[in-house]
Design a protein around this ligand. Sequence first.
Ligand code: C5P
Length: 400
Amino acid sequence: MSEVVLGVSGGIASYKAAELLRLFTESGHSVRVVPTAASLHFVGTATWEALSGKPAQSEVFEHVDEVAHVRIGQSADLVIVAPATANTLAKAAHGLADDLLTTTLLTARCPVMFAPAMHTEMWENAATQANVATLRERGCIVLEPAVGRLTGVDTGKGRLPAPEEIYTAALQVLEGRPQDLAGKHVVISAGGTREFLDPVRYLGNRSSGRQGYALAEAAVARGARVTVVAANVGLADPAGVDVLRVVSTEELRRQMHASAVDADAVIMAAAPADFRPAEFVDAKIKKTADHETPEIRLVENPDILVELVTARTSKRPVIVGFAAETGDAQATVIEHARAKLTRKGCDLLVVNDVSAGKAFGRDDNEAVLLGSDGTVEEIPLGPKIDLAHTVLDAVVQRMD
Ligand code: C5P
C-alpha cells in the first residue's frame, strides 16, 4: 500500500482533513500527517497522531535525528495538502522552506496535489491565481475549490471539496496516471438538457452525466484544469472541477462557447435536446372540458458540437463528440458513426451502441473510438472511468 503524506494547513476546513485521513487509512494506506503550526489552532496534534498512528510534527527542529524534513518527502508516493491555504500555496510556489510541510514539498519526487480552501476574495486574488498557475506549470495538481457555504454566513467559490471526492481524485493519482494534461484546460459537457413547454413540464432525456463526470475525474487526475458544464446532473461534484450548471440547450450552448475560449480540449459528452418546443407557454397548460390535447410544435436546436468546431481559431482545441447510435437496414452502427464524424468535423467520436438501452445511467460502458484520421479503437466493456482514460489518451496524442 502507498505512503501518503497529508499536509494540513491553517484553514477552518482542516477538520475535514480528519475524514480524508480516515478514508486513506481505512483502505490500507499509510498516512503521515504534517500539519502547519497555524492549523493546530483548528485541529490538534493528538487527533492526527491518534487517527494516523504516527507522529505528527510541524517543525523541522523536532526529532532532528530522523532528518524528517528530507525523509518524509523522499519516501512518499503522494503528497496531498488539504486544505491548502493561500499562504501555503504561496510558500510552495516560491519554494520557501520554513517548516516541515514546505521542506517536504521541496523534497517530494512523487505527485503533489493541493486542495485549496479559502474565502472567494483570497482565491480570486491575482497573487493566489499566479501561485496556482506556477504550481500547475510545474506539474502539481491543484484542485479547483468547490462553490458553497464558507466560514460564517457567506457562500462562494473557495470551499474544500468533499473528502470522498478528494479521496477519489487522490486514488486516481496513486494509480500512477501520467500528468500529461498538466497546464491544460479541459472543458466537458455532461448530462441532458431540458426544454420547457410551460413552467412545470419539459422535454428531457435519459443522460445521467456519469460518463461526463468520469471524464472530469480522469482529467483532474492527469493534471488538467477542468470545467464541467453540467445539464441537470444529480451526482456529487467531482473534486477539483469547476462545475457550471445549465438547464436548456441554449444555456449549455452559451456556456460551452464561453468556456471553450481558452480550452485545450473540449469534450461534448452531454446529450443536448435536438429539438425544443416552438413556444413556451407562460402558464401551466390546463386540461380542457372537452379533452382536447395540445399540439406541440418543435423547432430544431443548434448543434453545439458543430458550432464549436466551426468557431475554432488559432488555439485549436482537440474536440471530442459522443454518438449514441443504433444500426438499421441502411447501415451499421459504425457506418452511421463514421458519417456523423465527417458531418460534425470533430477530431474524435466516442460511439455508443444504444440498441438495447445500453450505456444510460450505468457505471460501465463500452464504445468504439473513431478518429478523424481514420483510427478505430474498440473500448471493451468496463468502468466509465477506464473509458474516460482511453478517450483522454487519444486526446493527449492529438494535442499540439
Ligand atoms: O447528432 P447527435 O445528437 O447524435 O450528436 C451527438 C453529439 O453532438 C454529442 O457529442 C452531443 O453532445 C453533440 N450535440 C450537440 N448539440 C446538439 C446535439 C448534439 O453538440 N444540439
